[in-house]
Write a protein that binds this ligand. Structure first.
Ligand code: NDP
Ligand SMILES: O=C(O)C1=N[C@H](C(=O)O)C[C@H](O)C1
Length: 233
């Protein structure tokens, strides 16, 4: 499979390593100042760039009939627009706030726990996410997906980074050198705390998931998620 890498930073480089190990070829490594030259040769593109570049990268792929996997976070206000473009162009598109197998299992666990806790009034939910200091967006895309999972399964209506109201989920976004990504969901009562936590030990899990998603989408049309790729119910 010929892959275009849109974003060749920390993630782009780990994705390249895993893609080569799995027998794929890289036909474009695009950073900020590079053009899309080489995209036309690609069977699929993988975008791990920056919030301000994601929409342009995804649109360019859809306009050129290249299936696109995007892991870039911090651009979700335009997600519906990209879904509509994919449908209009009869393209193929996956966005994932987190491509690791472990986090996608954690998403399911979070939904289940939120459902279970929804009628138990003694507990108040909150979250913590910790990432490296170069991260541009806060809260993380993964934290937003976790918050959505809780909102869909409870009476909480939104999330806040500070001064959370009664019906808001407080997300504490911490930035600490070299942390690949740690997410915790807490249910606190006066007498105890229930915590579920995912700790990424490196970027390899995210990168492998993105390459697996790229392999999976070949030959398909439509908008999918990692739940489809991993066949999680
Ligand atoms: N979904 C997931 O599983 C994961 C998502 N992420 C997300 O992926 C994104 C990238 O993370 P990371 O690799 O750590 O970040 P880096 O800052 O290390 O890399 C970002 C790269 O994007 C490049 N870039 C900037 N503008 C453009 C553009 N217009 N077109 C193409 N590339 C561009 C930068 O180029 P230059 O160096 O020239 O500025 C740089 O190479 C972030 O949004 C992060 O949140 C990260 C890990 C997992
Ligand atoms: O920027 C990162 O590094 C990460 N970003 C993603 C996010 O925003 O959730 C996924 C992962 O946690 C690492």
């Amino acid at each position: 499979m010929k892959i275009a890498l849109l974003g060749y930073g920390k993630m782009g480089k780990v994705i390249e390593k895993i893609a080569l190990e799995r027998g794929h070829e890289i036909v474009l490594r695009k950073s900020a100042e590079d053009t899309f030259e080489g995209l036309e040769q690609a069977d699929v593109a993988i975008d791990f760039s920056i919030p301000d570049a994601a929409v342009s990268n995804i649109s360019t792929c859809l306009d050129n009939n290249i299936p696109i996997i995007s892991g870039t976070t911090g651009w979700l206000d335009s997600y519906d627009k990209m879904v509509a473009l994919c449908q209009e162009k009869n393209g193929a598109f996956i966005y994932g706030s987190n491509f690791s197998l472990g986090v996608n299992i954690f998403f399911q666990l979070n939904d289940y726990l939120a459902k279970m806790m929804s009628n138990i009034r003694e507990y108040k939910v909150s979250m913590e996410e910790i990432h490296h200091t170069q991260k541009l967006d806060a809260p993380s895309g993964t934290a937003i997906t976790l918050a959505k999972g809780i909102i869909e399964n409870s009476d909480y209506s939104s999330w806040a980074l500070e001064n959370a109201k009664e019906d808001e989920i407080l997300i504490d976004a911490k930035r600490i050198e070299n942390v690949p990504g740690t997410h915790s969901v807490f249910y606190n009562s006066a007498v105890d705390t229930i915590e579920i936590k995912h700790i990424a030990h490196s970027r390899e899990g995210f990168a492998l998931g993105a390459v697996v998603a790229a392999e999976w989408i070949l030959g398909k049309k439509g908008v999918y998620t990692m739940k489809d790729v991993l066949n999680l119910t």
